[in-house]
Design a protein around this ligand. Structure first.
Ligand code: FES
Ligand SMILES: [Fe+2]
Length: 455
């Protein structure tokens, strides 16, 4: 039977070649519809828990026409509200010009227009000439409107849909898979954001597969060939590397413990990654890799080099009060190297560091997005650097060499997809299944843009 062009509804069918319509990337109508159908329905990663430690600490999170105000309450919980004054709708907390978001600490919030005031629970504190409303200003109509908020992994998650499912149900099976990595203990080493010339999906799809590595990042080829996979996990997806016999192959492949003299290639790879990507490793791992040539004899098998290197880095960190979680190697292998949280957040996890990306629309222009990247690691208590969000153009100079390689495809893909000669993205069914699964799920929210069988 020929089911060419048949819509793919089940993730089970994504092992077959599919084609994705370009409307999800290019259509102005689609981009406008995303506001109500997607962004106001899904759980969104909106900030880090440690960014608002004390009562009155706040930050904002803006997405198209919505803005959320996240506030640490007097009781120590986190409240989230629509960032809009109940009086006449002025944005309550302004985002400073050129900044990604607002942040700070306030005992209460006062609207700059007519002075209505709100406490940290969003209740009205003071309204000038309140009697003029003849006693009809109820608590309900004078409070800030709540936004659903929960935490997981050290992040604050919000949902603009008050009837949404609980965060744990939405994220499943990610918490079960990643909780052992104790991501909530990691702290930011750097975080950058920029306004990029592509749709937010193009930006996310530059990182949700390993198929591009051999061509876009040719320097990695000399450290060995690693066959990557991508799997659908309901709304979400993850990627990793095929397991061989040795333990921890996913992380080994990510760290590129190479061929040849593994002591030297590991050190070379670590220095390259540290200097040219500034992601996926730490100073401790780099230093321990540089010692391998003195600590191990020539000809030591690569599996043993990996084990020695990770054990000595773990011991170095422990000596300075940084304790990596201990995780069953089989579980590490099952998790892969990165998770794509539907729709727009990626967590590249490891036991002692992580690299996260997100992208969201920049206005209703389908050709633009706000892209963010952040690297986290474990620090001794009290020594966390607490960097703010740095605005960066989409260049290698601003973001580092390897990320610049990824960025170099984005605007070119966005432009190329507009060609009358392009017949739609055809992701690799094995290595790029995350993209097919993203669009399979997007179509369910959007009611359009269905993924179809290629033949
Ligand atoms: S709009 Fe906020 S006090 Fe009037
Ligand atoms: Fe890449």
């Amino acid at each position: 039977m020929n089911d060419s062009g048949k819509i793919v509804v089940s993730a089970d069918d994504l092992d077959q070649p599919v084609v994705i319509p370009v409307e999800a990337y290019l259509s102005a109508d689609y981009a406008r519809a995303e506001c109500d159908r997607l962004w106001r329905k899904v759980w969104l990663q909106a900030g880090r828990v440690e960014d608002i430690p004390e009562p009155g600490d706040y930050l904002t999170f803006d997405l198209l026409d919505d803005s959320a105000l996240l506030v640490r309450s007097e009781q120590g919980g986190i409240n989230a509200f629509h960032n809009v004054c109940a009086h006449r709708g002025r944005r309550l907390v302004d985002t400073p010009a050129g900044a990604r978001n607002a942040s700070g600490r306030r005992p209460q919030f006062m609207c700059a227009y007519h002075g209505w005031q709100y406490d940290l629970d969003g209740k009205s504190l003071n309204i000038i000439h309140k009697d003029d409303w003849q006693g009809q200003l109820t608590e309900e109509c004078t409070s800030l409107t709540p936004v659903r908020v929960e935490t997981w992994g050290g992040w604050i998650w919000i949902n603009f849909d008050r009837d949404c499912e609980p965060l744990a149900d939405y994220l499943a099976p990610i918490p079960e898979m990643l909780d052992p990595f104790q991501l909530h203990n990691m702290r930011v080493r750097w975080r950058k954001w920029g306004i990029f010339d592509c749709n937010w999906k193009v930006a996310m799809e530059a990182f949700n597969e390993t198929y591009h590595v051999q061509t876009t990042h040719p320097e990695f080829n000399k450290f060995g060939e690693f066959r990557g996979w991508a799997r659908a996990q309901g709304k979400h997806s993850h990627i990793g590397y095929e397991a061989a016999k040795a333990d921890d192959d996913n992380q080994k492949a990510k760290l590129r413990v190479g061929t040849g003299d593994a002591r030297l290639s590991t050190a070379e790879m670590q220095v390259f990654t540290w200097e040219k990507a500034n992601t996926n490793t730490t100073q401790t791992l780099v230093n321990a890799a540089l010692r391998l040539k003195d600590e191990l004899s020539e000809g030591t098998a690569s599996g043993e080099v990996l084990q020695h290197w990770l054990a000595s880095a773990r011991a170095d960190d422990e000596a300075r009060g940084v304790v990596w979680p201990t995780i069953d190697a089989e579980h590490v292998g099952k998790t892969g190297t990165a998770w794509q949280v539907f729709p727009n957040f990626q967590i590249g996890h490891a036991v002692n560091n992580m690299l996260c990306y997100s992208a969201r629309p920049y206005g209703y222009d389908p050709d633009k997005c706000i892209f963010e990247g952040a690297v986290y690691e474990l620090y001794p208590e009290g020594e966390e650097p607490q960097p703010g969000w740095e605005y960066c153009e989409a260049t290698a100079d601003a973001w580092c060499y390897v990320l610049g390689q990824d960025f170099s495809n984005m605007a070119a893909v966005q432009q190329g997809m507009k060609s009358a000669g392009f017949t739609g993205p055809k992701p690799n069914p094995y290595m790029e299944r995350s993209t097919a699964n993203l669009h399979r799920n997007l179509a369910q929210y959007m009611g359009t843009g269905q993924v179809r069988k290629l033949r």
